[in-house]
Design a protein around this ligand. Structure first.
Ligand code: KIV
Ligand code: ZN
Length: 553
């Protein structure tokens, strides 16, 4: 470094002076004082390499744009030498403004050249180069001595620095690398020009106390350690990725490598949403901050889930569908009295509107009544004693009771009001490769039978369109969720659909060994709920509303 500037080269031979983006903004001593932790997102590299099928360039760019909105510091966009598509993705993502865009390279010349070419036009770029350093990687995978590995690291960091002012070096499998060799290679990489040293627990083997022993040793024994940002990259094989990352930050690490929804090799990487929210919520203890815009977390998680096709477990910290839902009667009662009794994170902080109270047979009368009041019913309209009995009966049958179910329970004057008005009598769907999916549905209502056919983008789309033609409602599906509730090829599938109609949201569910039939049943559930609400003159969120009826065919 000369006078705070890095001397670097462009691809080709002309060299120019270039201020290393992150290190220029935050020299290591400033990072420690200001307590900024860089968030290095590897969803598109470590996360993507774990998916059964690769993402297209366009899909990666969509995710990268959202990561830029999330305001991560670095996006690891891919491994350019690995395929032309990865190269192209890194090149395209490099055009995005905001974060530093990073490409991965082994300590092999052709990798580094490919990486630098892919990053040539990037607004802010980083080359991340790595080599295995543990005895098992050296002997069995690389078949190289420590001296050879050291030399490869040194020459490739130097080469990378010729192309880019911002170079990161990772001793792969650092978690199982002997400390003496780890200290030597880290010192060598910093001397060669690496401004970030990443310590990966590649196989997720370390526990927090063991991991900080590694970090402490580096800080105590590597003489030039203050010339680089120390980063950590933890895998979750023993469920320790978040704990290891945060503990390392407590001991001086200032970059966390992580992935949205915890995607990554095997059990995944540290989940971005977990490390970021832990740092925010426990600022009192962590005493550092990130630059992430946490209100974009939910949107990012859903986009990654939908594009990558990897579902998020309901009880996943921060982004699971249950993460802000309260089910137990005791908890719901506490929440009604003071949110802080059971809520440590306001859902708004991660971009959700509000917490959810799941009404089930465990919910107390207090909670049910409060929901009825919020649905627009007055004290005088609610006969809680008799209502609660009917509520428990329904909850025992259904599990979760939604707002639209509550309204039906309130409004129903007789058992007949609870019966379905439209009944699906028959459904035939034909689909396959190179054919247009077509569905025929027959529905009975009030003693009449109606039949319609429709084509669609897929079997479910065709079936729901045929139903739409019969009932004549304008239904817009917002969310479609399919779960296998039994195992094997004849598994029972449960479909849950959330749809909008008449300005309200409705939830429908259906189960069958045939997923198209399960989908049609869930859709019919919604059709019947809309019909009841129209009869009762209410919207599904309870307000009295005059609805103009469209005539059914
Ligand atoms: O887990 C790992 O060691 C990696 C490196 C490439 C940083 O993903
Ligand atoms: Zn990894």
């Amino acid at each position: 470094m000369e006078d705070g500037k890095w001397i670097v080269g462009k691809v080709g031979d002309e060299f120019e002076e270039f201020i290393s983006p992150i290190v220029a903004d935050y020299p290591p001593e400033r990072i420690l004082v200001e307590g900024k932790v860089f968030i290095f997102d590897t969803t598109l590299r470590d996360g993507e390499q774990s998916l059964p099928t690769s993402l297209s360039v366009e899909q990666k760019v969509r995710i990268a744009r959202q990561l830029a909105k999330l305001e991560v510091d670095v996006i690891e966009a891919g491994f350019p030498v690995s395929s032309p598509a990865d190269f192209e993705a890194v090149r395209e993502i490099g055009r995005i403004e905001g974060p530093v865009i990073c490409g991965l390279a082994r300590t092999v010349e052709k990798d580094i050249v490919a990486c630098s070419k892919a990053l040539k036009d990037a607004k802010r770029s980083r080359i991340h180069t790595f080599i295995g350093t543990s005895a098992i990687h050296a002997e069995k995978k690389l078949r190289k001595s420590e001296e050879e590995i050291l030399n490869m690291a040194k020459s490739c960091v130097k080469l990378a620095r010729k192309y880019c002012g911002d170079v990161e070096f990772s001793p792969e499998d650092a978690g199982r690398t002997g400390l003496d060799f780890l200290c030597r290679i880290v010192e060598t990489a910093i001397d060669a020009g690496a401004s970030t040293i990443n310590i990966p627990d590649t196989v997720g083997y370390t526990l927090p106390e063991g991991f900080v022993e590694i970090i402490d040793t580096l800080f105590n024994r590597v003489p030039n350690i203050d010339k680089a940002v120390i980063s950590v990259h933890c895998h979750n094989d023993l469920g320790m990725a978040t704990a290891n990352s945060l503990t390392a930050v407590r001991h001086g690490a200032r970059q966390i490598e992580c992935a949205v929804n915890g995607l990554g090799e095997r059990a995944g990487n540290a989940a971005l949403e977990e490390v970021v929210m832990a740092i925010k919520v426990r600022r009192d203890f962590m005493k550092v901050r990130t630059g992430v815009n946490t209100r974009e977390i939910m949107r990012t998680s859903r986009l990654v889930r939908d594009i990558c096709g990897v579902p998020v477990q309901p009880n996943k910290a921060i982004v699971g569908s249950n993460a802000f839902a309260h089910s137990s009667g005791i908890h719901q009662d506490g929440m009604l009295k003071a949110k802080k009794t059971y809520e440590i994170i306001s859902p708004r902080l991660v971009g959700l509107k509000e917490h959810r109270m799941n009404l089930t047979s465990r919910s107390g009368g207090h909670m049910v009544k409060s929901r009825l009041l919020s649905l627009g019913y007055s004290e005088a309209e609610i006969d809680m004693e008799s209502f609660y009995e009917r509520f428990i009966e329904l909850a025992d049958k259904k599990g979760t009771v939604y707002d639209d179910d509550l309204i039906v329970l309130m409004e129903a004057q007789s058992a007949g009001d609870l019966e379905d008005i439209y009944v699906l009598e028959y459904l035939n769907v034909s689909t396959g490769t190179n054919t247009v999916p077509t569905a025929t549905a027959r529905i009975s209502a009030a003693g009449e039978t109606y039949e319609e056919a429709a084509v669609g983008d897929g079997a479910v789309d065709a079936a729901t369109k045929a139903i739409d033609r019969i009932v004549g409602y304008d239904i817009s599906v917002q969310d479609y969720h399919l779960d296998a509730i039994t195992q094997g090829r004849e598994a029972l599938g449960r479909v849950k659909i959330v749809a909008e109609a008449d300005g309200s949201l409705f939830t429908g569910s259906g189960a069958s060994t045939d997923i198209v039939e399960a989908s049609a049943m869930a859709y019919m559930d919604i059709v019947n709920k809309i019909t009841r609400m129209r009869r009762f003159g209410r919207t599904s969120n309870g307000r009295k509303k005059k609805v103009r009826r469209r005539k059914s065919k």
